[in-house]
Design a protein. Structure first.
Length: 424
């Protein structure tokens, strides 16, 4: 009986020793942060206890990290991976853990990866490589760090570059397309320059000859022609003049696209004075008056801005009311506009607003945008002469200056043309 008691005591002591050893190991593991939970068996039951050690939050962070996180032995065996990495490879966890990292490196990147990995065993390295799995190539950026002396392994952080590479490819494609378009534009401008020469010389020369010979025939043979024949000749001369004016207008319009952009600070009062002097005969013939407030000095292309003001003033005189002397008022002020895009309010922009208001026949406001279109006319050619290009040229000039033009009109009262020039 005593013998049995001694054996039982020895057995219990041995069991206590084992449990004490296990407890010591558990305590050491808890101190090292190697466990987040442990079980204690008592009375044939297991009770689970959880811990939040000092590095618990960091390990949760790694698991939820938006980058791949690996722990790889110095032989290249993957001993830890967070969810991001095996999801990036589109493989189950079991296929990744315990595998050799080199198996997922693209052949074209293996030499570079080996070099980076060797450097990381002794310290740190980083670089771009390609992973590959199931014939899919994944561009990534990797940062490798030795985990010595605590662990004989290498920690790897992996960032997916697929979206970035796709964006770069798109940008390169757009850049290539833009270069091709620029080349086409250069060729187009060269062709336009050739057309300009053709329009200025070869096309106008036959028209000048038609006018010259028609006038000669009328001078020499006028007494032998019937009134009907004379009228026919006058129609030929008139049509050829209209054609010549149209060619000149088209030439001026096309030159706006290829002319040099030489902006310079310019007093708009001096430009308006030049316009008045250039149009002196036209103003006197129509008893037209131009009233002007003080205008600002702006960074403009002087010749083009001269043409812009000239075209608007000529337009106002052309469309004067019968029996009413034209009066054109020119004013300037700084205005603030809210720039909008896709219906949403954007940044506030300041402009110089230069207005030219006349007392002519005006127009229906529904045609306010139409009048700036090439060849668009609100009135027949028999009522008012013109090519339908003058206001289109105005729109193109103001756009070249980074601004815009609007028109407001009331039939029988007059029109207002507003030029908006960016303050900066």
């Amino acid at each position: 009986m005593k013998e049995e008691s001694i054996d039982q005591l020895i057995s219990e002591i041995e069991e206590l020793r084992v449990r004490l050893s296990e407890s010591d190991q558990l305590i050491d593991a808890i101190k090292a942060g190697e466990v987040d939970a442990f079980a204690i068996n008592s009375e044939d039951k297991s009770e689970i206890y959880t811990l939040q050690t000092g590095d618990y939050a960091y390990r949760v962070l790694i698991e939820e990290f938006g980058e791949g996180a690996l722990n790889v032995t110095e032989d290249g065996i993957i001993v830890y991976t967070n969810a991001y990495f095996f999801q990036l490879l589109d493989l189950p966890y079991e296929k990744v853990i315990g595998s050799v990292i080199f198996d997922f490196i693209h052949p074209g990147s293996k030499e570079n990866f080996k070099m980076l990995f060797s450097q990381a065993v002794e310290g740190k390295s980083k670089g771009e490589i390609n992973l590959t799995v199931n014939n899919k190539i994944i561009p990534v950026y990797i940062s490798l760090t030795s985990l010595r002396p605590n662990l004989s392994s290498v920690g790897i952080i992996i960032s997916d570059l697929t979206e970035k590479k796709n964006s770069e490819a798109t940008i390169l494609r757009y850049q290539h397309d833009l270069e091709e378009k620029n080349l086409e534009l250069v060729q187009s401008n060269a062709e336009l320059a050739s057309f300009a020469y053709l329009a200025s010389h070869d096309l106008q020369e036959p028209l000048r000859k038609i006018q010259t010979f028609c006038n000669r025939i009328l001078d020499i043979e006028a007494t032998n022609f019937s009134p009907t024949t004379k009228d026919h000749f006058q129609r030929i001369i008139s049509a050829s003049k209209r054609m010549q004016n149209l060619i000149i207008a088209l030439l001026n319009y096309s030159r706006l696209s290829v002319s040099e952009i030489l902006f310079k600070p310019t007093d708009l009062n001096s430009i308006l004075a030049e316009v008045k002097n250039d149009l002196k005969e036209l103003l006197e013939e129509n008893n037209a008056i131009i009233e002007s407030a003080d205008l600002p000095a702006l960074n403009v292309i002087p010749l083009q801005f001269n043409q812009l003001l000239s075209n608007i003033i000529i337009n106002s005189i052309k469309y004067k009311r019968p029996g009413v002397d034209p009066v054109i008022k020119v004013t300037a002020e700084i205005v603030t506009l809210h720039e909008t895009q896709a219906g949403q309010s954007m940044q506030i922009q300041k402009y110089w607003k230069i207005e030219l208001t006349d007392n002519g026949i005006g127009f229906d406001q529904q045609y306010a945008d139409k009048i700036f279109e090439l060849f668009h006319r609100l009135h027949g050619r028999t009522e008012y002469e013109g090519t339908g290009i003058g206001l289109a040229i105005c729109k193109k000039i103001i756009q070249k200056h980074g601004g815009f033009i609007t028109a407001a009109g009331r039939s029988g009262i007059g029109s207002t043309f507003s030029l908006y020039m960016p303050l900066k």
